[in-house]
Design a protein. Structure first.
Length: 430
């Protein structure tokens, strides 16, 4: 469908009367905060704009909020007098920011919807000195209106799917304005860099953005933190039962059943505890309905020898689970979801299995597959065989895990390097 800037604004004008109904629908699904709905219209903010330089980071959802938090951590150390505004679209990302930024000069708000008036309300109130758009959430008015105010724009940890790129190419007038707006684009890999270069060529902008193949910014180095009581309890359980722990991490619909079936067919399968850590915690009841009752972390329960499964339906404890797992099966990769970031589990130095769908983090997956740390199944039907191959004694596995862990540690230094590029771009503003 062809859309030009005039039609885009006309569409938002048509949708104007229905937006509040849409937000109340999302509220019923617990996807909006009832007390903060006005932020979607660029108003109702509880905090004033802080004095001094304010850097705005748009982070969409949970994964992008991690990238934003990492960047803020390095930027505030380099420029301690700066303040930061992070916008997101989801409640889980808001909770993540509240939890991890309580001691940082950070304000969180929900992103205004892309109606021209609401975007203007937002920009008039906060008056940011720079805007960083993370990942792939490119809203036309949000970006072009920021550019019109001569606010430097940076795309960071950037990626765009083939289908999205194709849609922009079919709407060159929108693409021209949007992709001529940033002065710097930090793409997650070389393939993504080429896509942005091609879109910028459509824009035919004077000079155009600077493009860099930079990698994902979602990861930060693991600190030498003391083991949590939860981790210690899981380790004690494994020691007492002599069970190996298989972690089904960040799983999506149907992946839990797939993994459970594969594990059940392993010889001596009763010697394994399978932990499910779904990507979306609201799927807990669905998982139990399909696989039967099991202890749940959200109810304060721990694994039981009476159950082969355990549901870790809690926020902020994935690192603990990676640390205790013997094998990690990384979800979001078996049914065309595109794969989740493999760097954080790789930091734990454990064997990882993924499916065929890894296009969202293709570069990092490819590196870790080459080391032998990540084992990619040939098809969903070969998952059991892949699990059994990893469980066989293999002297090369330890070296592969060390190589993969080193690559992951190096990847965690990207936010520090990105912070320097970002500061340089911001301070070029006259």
């Amino acid at each position: 469908m062809y859309i030009n800037p005039f039609l885009y604004q006309l569409c938002w004008g048509f949708l104007f009367p229905f937006i509040r109904f849409f937000l109340y629908f999302r509220l019923g699904k617990r996807k909006e905060d009832k007390l903060r709905l006005n932020e979607r219209f660029g108003r109702g903010y509880k905090l004033p704009r802080p004095k001094g330089k304010l850097i705005w980071l748009h982070a969409v959802s949970l994964g992008e909020s991690n990238a934003a938090i990492n960047l803020v951590g390095y930027l505030k150390n380099l420029r301690p007098d700066w303040h930061f505004l992070i916008t997101t679209n989801t409640i889980t990302s808001a909770e993540n920011i509240d939890k991890n930024c309580s001691k940082m000069p950070v304000i969180h708000t929900f992103q205004p919807l892309d109606h021209l008036t609401w975007v203007s309300n937002f920009l008039n109130y906060w008056k940011p000195d720079c805007a960083l758009f993370l990942e792939s959430d490119f809203w036309f008015n949000l970006i072009t209106q920021t550019k019109k105010r001569q606010i430097p724009i940076i795309f960071a940890s950037s990626q765009i799917s083939k289908s999205s790129k194709s849609k922009w190419e079919k709407n060159p007038l929108l693409a021209k304005q949007l992709f001529s707006s940033p002065s710097l684009i930090l793409a997650i890999d070389n393939e993504q860099k080429k896509r942005f270069e091609q879109l910028a060529n459509i824009a035919k902008c004077n000079g155009g953005p600077e493009f860099l193949n930079f990698g994902s910014l979602k990861n930060s180095p693991l600190m030498n933190l003391p083991k949590s009581p939860y981790e210690l309890a899981l380790r004690n359980y494994a020691k007492e039962t002599k069970y190996k722990i298989i972690l089904a991490a960040s799983t999506h619909e149907n992946e839990e059943v797939l993994i459970a079936n594969a594990v059940s067919k392993i010889a001596s399968s009763e010697k394994f505890l399978l932990i499910f850590a779904p990507r979306h915690l609201n799927r807990a009841e669905e998982i139990i309905n399909r696989l039967g009752s099991m202890p749940r972390r959200s109810k304060g329960e721990l694994p039981s020898s009476k159950h082969r499964y355990f549901l870790s339906d809690s926020m902020g404890e994935m690192r603990c689970l990676y640390n205790v797992a013997d094998i990690i099966v990384l979800g979001g990769s078996f049914f065309k979801s595109g794969g989740h970031n493999p760097i954080e589990p790789a930091l734990a130095g454990k064997a990882i299995i993924c499916g065929k769908s890894i296009f969202k983090n293709k570069s990092d997956y490819s590196l870790l597959i080459k080391t032998g740390m990540i084992h990619q199944v040939k098809s969903n039907q070969t998952l059991r065989r892949t699990l059994e191959d990893i469980l066989k004694p293999n002297n090369r596995m330890e070296k592969a895990l060390m190589k993969g862990q080193k690559i992951a540690q190096e990847a965690c230094m990207r936010p520090a390097k990105a912070a320097h590029y970002i500061i340089s771009t911001i301070e070029q503003k006259p």
